[in-house]
Design a binder for this molecule. Structure first.
Ligand code: C2O
Length: 616
């Protein structure tokens, strides 16, 4: 049984579906560059899952939301119609948005949100990128149900893949099912992060037969295959809180791309995928025809980390012609399909090795990575606390403080709707000094970042807990080569951290466990074929070193893709300055760019024009 959705307003939705279908089909035939158009109606619906009716926010009534399929070079137009009670923005995760930061979809960073009953049209070209990306709402909590695949095919067709042309391409979106109200959960996260957990995990929106409703097992995702054929799985982790291990009994994967960048193919029986990451993997249906379970298992850091409920989910690979057991049928076909042997829930090293195996197929990064480095940044990631009142309060396991997530011991303060989006301020030359603060280059105190004794509440961690909030920004000159070392810490948790940078890809030059040591670690950098990613997983109690070229002018979010780290402030904003020419500068905002209502007076544009006038 599928989790069933019931439209809040049925008639309207029927009409809408026809309308959406009509518009979605305005896809020009394969030409040099097509124009792909979608309408996203964001609406609340009731869904019944696990015997419980839950109100969820969806795009076009679908979970996962509609897949956007394009060819590299196409232009994409998405009309977002907000019929939900929430402020919405949509982010095109991994799409570089070169010279087009305006449509990056981060509330109050790149745009005023689309308020209820308002529309906004996102329009952008996708150039120089191929593979699997995704889109999601950039609104606390809501991306759990507002997301979908974003597939970019090569301009010269599937024959130009750097691997054998697959028989079929199949998105595999791993996510979670929440019975809790997501907006409320996100709001309360800093009060009690440990009560924020999902009720089930899903593959392509289906909870699978580990879950039941009144004793009846739920249907899981079924991948129908034909013997001998090859399938390209476009795997996306859209979950809020967990890295997943994905396995299919009796089969191996060949990983061919990550974050829409081709990698040197390697074979593995397990895929590790953190929130925000995507992996393209080939699956050959070369096992004896039968039914094989596909399991996605969330992992978590072992004790003394706080343990939260995490649920595996199960789907199936089914060979053509294999139904229920047929009398007298031999081979592996039986009543009980074969299940894979999963890694331990607390196994974090399998992920470390999986990510370490990723290397870039095209060595475009080769020369780039070896260039001079203009900026070296060291980012320490952890948790801390802020007193509810005043500067001093009881820390540790205390109700006098709230927990926050930090970068170099500062927790990001989201600019409020009373101000203007940072991008507009930057574009119209309005000083950010009153809102923003420079992100410290290094942490204020050096300590043994990966000391296990810091995980549980105690005297050691309490000394390091105090932190504060600020809207952290870091400016980069156009074209600067930036190196960042992200260091995970054991401050109140030993989590890994999937760090995502908007508007740029990063080259992963090294990763390691324990504390980063430049003397020992720099010589081991891979400057030959570093994997190129938009989301890099900083290992549990470890570090990662990346480089990127700050060549995309704009104001870009950089954050941990674990929802609780993001909501609690493990965030900074990178401002990339304009280059010397028009071609290297950010053009003006698009038409009908959302405004933040009457709260800002004058608007950033008016303010800019006024100040120009008074100058002359
Ligand atoms: Cu996929 Cu800023 O996020």
């Amino acid at each position: 049984m599928y989790c069933q959705s019931q439209p809040a307003a049925q008639a309207a939705t029927m009409a809408l579906a026809v309308f959406v279908f009509f518009l979605v089909s305005i896809v020009l035939p394969l030409a040099e560059a097509a124009s792909i158009e979608h309408v996203f109606i964001v609406n609340q619906m009731k869904m019944t899952c696990l015997c419980k009716e839950t109100v969820v926010t969806l795009v076009n009534g679908q979970l996962p939301g509609p897949t956007i399929e394009i060819t590299e070079g196409d232009s994409v137009t998405v009309h977002v119609v907000n019929r939900s009670p929430y402020n919405i923005t949509i982010h095109w995760h991994g799409v570089k948005q070169f010279q087009n930061c305006w449509v990056d979809g981060v509330p109050m960073i790149t745009q005023c949100p689309i308020t209820p009953n308002k529309n906004f049209t996102y329009q952008f070209n996708v150039v120089g990128q191929e593979g699997t990306l995704w889109w999601h709402a950039h609104v606390p909590g809501l991306r759990a149900t507002l997301h979908g695949a974003f597939i970019i095919r090569p301009r010269h067709g599937a024959d130009s893949y750097p691997f054998p042309k697959p028989h079929k391409e199949i998105p595999v979106i791993i996510g979670d099912w929440w019975e809790k109200d997501l907006a409320e959960m996100a709001m309360n996260m800093t009060k009690n992060i440990f009560s924020a957990y999902a009720s089930a995990s899903t593959v392509n929106g289906l909870v699978g037969d580990y879950f039941n409703c009144s004793g009846v097992a739920k249907e899981g995702f079924v991948l129908d295959v034909e013997p001998g054929k090859t399938y390209l799985l476009q795997i996306i982790n859209a979950g809020l809180f967990s890295e997943f291990y994905l396995k299919i009994a009796g089969h191996k994967f060949t990983v061919v791309a990550a974050d829409a960048n081709y990698v040197n193919p390697f074979t593995t029986d397990v895929i590790a995928i953190a929130p925000g990451e995507t992996v393209d993997a080939m699956l050959i249906a070369d096992a004896p025809p039968g039914r094989y379970y596909m399991v996605a298992l969330p992992n978590q850091a072992p004790l003394p980390d706080v343990q939260t409920p995490e649920y595996a989910t199960r789907g199936m690979v089914k060979y053509k012609g294999e139904h229920k057991k047929e009398e007298g049928h031999r081979g592996t076909s039986s009543d009980v399909p074969i299940g894979p042997k999963m890694p331990d829930v607390h196994d974090t090293i399998t992920s470390f090795y999986f990510h370490g195996n990723l290397t870039s197929l095209h060595h475009k990064g080769h020369l780039l990575a070896q260039q001079r480095v203009d900026e070296h940044l060291f980012r320490v990631l952890g948790l801390g606390t802020i007193c509810k009142q005043g500067q001093f309060c009881k820390r540790g396991n205390s109700s006098d403080d709230i927990q926050v997530a930090t970068m170099n011991n500062v927790s990001f303060q989201q600019p409020t709707a009373m101000t203007m989006p940072l991008l507009e301020a930057q574009y119209y030359h309005i000083s950010l000094n009153s809102t923003a603060q420079e992100l410290p280059k290094r942490p204020p105190i050096l300590f043994n970042f990966t000391d296990e004794a810091l995980i549980p509440f105690g005297p050691k961690e309490m000394l390091l807990e105090p932190t504060y909030k600020a809207t952290l920004v870091r400016r980069f000159k156009h074209g600067a080569m930036v190196e960042i070392v992200f260091q995970s810490t054991t401050m109140l948790q030993g989590d890994s951290n999937p760090m995502h940078l908007h508007g740029h890809n990063m080259m992963v030059v090294a990763q390691g466990l324990g504390n980063y040591d430049p003397v020992k670690d720099v010589p081991s950098y891979n400057l030959v074929n570093p994997v190129v990613k938009n989301t890099v997983l900083v290992p549990n109690r470890g570090w990662i070193a990346i480089r990127f070229v700050a060549n995309n002018p704009g104001v870009w979010f950089m954050h941990c893709h674990y929802e609780f780290h993001l909501v609690m402030g493990m965030v900074a904003v990178f401002i990339v300055e304009n280059g010397p020419t028009i071609d290297t500068s950010l053009p003006p905002p698009p038409d009908n760019f959302p405004t933040c209502g009457s709260k800002i007076n004058p608007t950033p544009k008016e303010f800019y024009l006024q100040s120009k006038k008074s100058e002359t």
